[in-house]
Unconditional design. Structure first.
Length: 506
């Protein structure tokens, strides 16, 4: 037995040593590490879809990328805001072990459905290893929204608000479940600064310098139409987006992830239009939209960028503002009937005084007088008036006694929509003769529009220019001097008549 004892002991010792070396490695290969290795093999942390979900973009002052999201709880890894791989590893671990996300006190799978879908789609077999999670709150929210299509909405420029001087963009989720087919019953996805301020130097300064927190919110679309078309009197354009069913599901899942998530808000750069482009990059990974707007994101120019993406943006639809409808309707009346509208609205004519007119004329005059009072009633700068409301009630009572329709033509859509407008940047140069001076004049305007530009796609009578400069250069190019500098130049010119008396200002 002795000749065999020594070799056996050596073999047993060898096996024990090997087991000691191998066992830690086997134990270390957790499910999260296994799937992370498979993700690393595909470089998923560098995938445009993953980085879009984290809202990563190049950083100005350092190499690499980082997220523009300011809410730390959005990231599961300590370095998640600047390390996409660390966030991917933390997400895999949280999904596999059913970890609860602290901010919402819900499983990570219920908080980040778009992340879960992204990883499950690109790591075959992962879905079968993930714990089953019942997410009733998310399921109810999905059923309530249930978009079947989406549209880009552009309310035109509104010079009375610094945040809307260039216009505004938002998303409309159309054909929502259980809410009928009318677009007014759809939902609107809006990104805006979280503040009650809407004007003043403080609002402008903080909006320009990132002093506000911006968030995505979802509203009934009719509320936004009321705000833009009825209160602020802005014409509204909408463009259907050619999104697949899968892309709409991805959009909805990511909107759920963005609940209460904050972004640093800037009027000119990281604004509503920029964030809308970022959403579309999540929906369709590979779109390169935000990188076109590093310096500024003017809403009309973002629409033009989307129109250049093959097959993405459909034909424009036009919704006139309440005042646009009123002006067009009044233009279809005789001067005498327009005077009757004005006197009815002012309370100087009783509805009974119209009884000698043909029924259709009565209907037109009564409806336009009521709509004009409604327009006055909705304006923010008009105080509430019990007398005005009483006149509106009398006009409606008189109208209820007449059958038929006013049959007024709808306002025609402008010949060009905002996607067909000119670019905001303008550089011009020309020869200069001034007395004995000869040379060249060079003018630069980064944004946005003035009376010298083509008017197509812009609000008539509205001018807005930022950082306009003019230089004079000697004929021999030996000297250049600044001739003019305008930081912000705004001009609003609006026609006046017997009913509408807006102020023109600059």
């Amino acid at each position: 037995m002795k000749p065999f004892g020594h070799p056996v002991r050596i073999a047993l010792a060898y096996l024990l040593v090997c087991a000691g070396l191998i066992w830690p490695a086997v134990r270390a290969a957790t499910p999260a590490q296994h799937w992370l290795a498979r993700a690393d093999a595909q470089a998923l942390d560098e995938h445009p879809g993953w980085r879009a979900l984290l809202h990563y973009e190049p950083r100005w002052l350092s190499r690499g990328q980082g997220s523009i999201i300011s809410s730390p709880w959005f990231f599961l890894a300590d370095r998640g805001r600047s390390d996409a791989r660390a966030e991917l590893a933390a997400t895999l671990a949280a999904l596999l072990d059913g970890r609860v996300q602290a901010h919402w006190n819900k499983p990570a799978a219920c908080v980040f459905p778009a992340r879960r879908a992204f990883l499950a789609d690109r790591l075959p077999g992962l879905a079968t290893h993930l714990p089953d999670r019942d997410c009733p709150e998310y399921a109810r929210w999905r059923a309530r929204l249930e978009p079947r299509s989406a549209s880009l909405v552009f309310p035109s420029a509104y010079l009375n608000s610094p945040a809307s001087m260039f216009g505004h963009t938002l998303l409309r989720l159309d054909g929502t479940g259980g809410r009928g087919g009318h677009e007014l019953l759809s939902y609107a996805v809006n990104f805006a600064a979280r503040t009650e301020e809407r004007s003043g130097l403080t609002f402008a300064f903080k909006g320009l310098t990132g002093g506000y927190d911006g968030r995505h919110d979802i509203y009934p679309y009719y509320e936004k139409v009321k705000q833009y078309a009825w209160i602020e009197n802005r014409d509204v354009w909408s463009y259907p987006l050619a999104l697949t069913r899968e892309e709409l599901v991805r959009l909805q899942a990511h909107l759920w992830e963005l609940r209460e998530v904050g972004f640093d808000y800037f009027f000119v750069t990281k604004n509503c239009s920029y964030q809308l482009l970022a959403l579309l990059q999540v929906v369709r990974p590979g779109l390169e939209l935000t990188q076109q707007f590093r310096l500024h994101a003017i809403p009309a120019e973002t629409i033009q960028a989307l129109s250049r993406e093959p097959g993405l943006l459909g034909a424009a639809a036009y919704r006139p503002a309440l005042r646009t409808e009123l002006t067009h309707g009044l233009a279809q009346l005789s001067a005498t009937d327009r005077d009757r509208v004005a006197r009815l609205a002012a309370g100087r004519l009783d509805p009974a005084g119209l009884q000698g007119l043909a029924p259709r004329r009565q209907i037109r005059v009564l409806e336009l007088a009521h709509d004009y009072l409604f327009y006055r009633h909705r304006r923010r700068d008009e105080p509430a008036s019990a007398a005005r409301e009483a006149r509106m009630a009398r006009l409606l009572l008189a109208r209820s006694g007449l059958t038929g329709r006013a049959e007024l033509a709808e306002p025609p859509a402008p010949s060009a929509d905002p996607s067909q407008g000119h670019g905001a940047f303008r550089l011009s140069a020309g020869p200069l003769w001034s007395g004995d001076e000869r040379g060249w004049q060079i003018a630069l305007r980064p944004a946005y529009h003035d009376a010298l530009d083509p008017p197509a796609g812009f609000v008539e009578g509205a001018e807005l220019q930022f950082l306009r400069t003019r230089w004079r250069v000697d004929a021999d190019a030996s000297r250049a001097r600044l001739d003019y500098l305008g930081l912000v130049e705004i001009e609003s010119r609006t026609p006046r008549d017997g009913l509408f008396r807006p102020g023109s200002w600059r």
